[in-house]
Design a protein around this ligand. Structure first.
Ligand code: ATP
Ligand code: MG
Length: 252
């Protein structure tokens, strides 16, 4: 589904992403892990067109994304969440999801923001669709609550629901378990698995190793912008170079 080849991005003298290579297969959950500053979020910014690569290729279903604009990439079926929650706090839960549908909306993002929902037939359909998407992450009962009234763990799920509103094929999740307690993380894993069963593909960046080991089909490890290992969770867990990157131990 996604092919990243020789991807490189520098900021001044800093090589944030260094000849990174990895692929994502349709229907899988791939985790990208690595220490702070390893280049994980930068890779998401490159895939979604927020940043342009210096070198390398990003192909989604065989189409080169390199020179596409973020909205064009979104329309091809890639959506994302952000490392810090980016919800519209005073809008309702359902409205947050409806705004997320803007990539398909002819009036666009600003139109979606300015219109008061609930008047036209199109709005009613969109509301029903938002509730359906919320059901998929277990939030249907909260549809009419104000977003910032939800507990933090549910706000994280709302962020995912909003990313699903554009009907993506591939969803990039930037630290979806950050700030979640153990039971909230378990709920997140259950939601991702059920969405996977419905045919979605995920790449998630995550520091919480329990969540990564529970949910990932495959793991890619980054260190200083380079891929240092990739494989099944069990292989990664016992990989010496990965352990060194995390624990900062010297070469033996
Ligand atoms: N827009 C930018 N301008 C300059 N430097 C940047 C920019 N974005 C990222 N960087 C730098 O690139 C490196 C990689 O950053 P990135 O945010 O991709 O790391 P990360 O793996 O997501 O880290 P974390 O786990 O802390 O979120 C860091 O050294 C960061 O300071
Ligand atoms: Mg990051």
């Amino acid at each position: 589904m996604l092919e990243v080849r020789n991807l490189t991005k520098t900021f001044g003298g800093l090589v944030a992403v260094n000849r990174a290579d990895f692929t994502v297969s349709s229907g899988e959950i791939l985790a990208v892990i690595g220490p702070n500053g390893a280049g994980k979020t930068t890779i998401f910014n490159l895939i979604t067109g927020i940043l342009a690569p210096d070198k390398g290729e990003i192909k989604f279903q065989n189409r080169l994304l390199n020179r596409m604009k973020p909205y064009q990439i979104a329309r091809l079926g890639i959506s994302r969440t952000f490392q810090n929650l980016e919800l519209f706090r005073t809008m309702t839960v359902a409205e947050n999801v409806m705004v997320g549908a803007y990539t398909r909306d002819t009036t666009g993002f600003i139109g979606a923001m300015l219109r008061r929902p609930g008047t036209s037939l199109q709005d009613q359909e969109r509301y029903a669709e938002a509730v359906e998407i919320l059901r998929g992450v277990g939030l249907a009962d909260y549809a009419d609550e104000q977003a910032d009234s939800l507990p933090f763990g549910l706000q994280r799920l709302l962020e995912i629901a909003r990313a699903l509103a554009s009907r993506p094929k591939l969803v990039l999740l930037d630290e979806p378990a950050a700030g979640l307690n153990a039971s909230e993380s378990q709920a997140l894993v259950g939601v991702l698995r059920s969405l996977q069963e419905q045919g979605l593909t995920f790449v998630l960046v995550e520091h919480d190793m329990t969540t990564v080991m529970d949910v990932a089909d495959r793991i890619v490890v980054l260190n200083f912008g380079s891929v240092i290992a990739s494989g099944a969770p069990a292989e990664i867990r016992s990989n010496a170079e990965v352990i060194r990157a995390y624990l900062g131990e010297d070469e033996p």
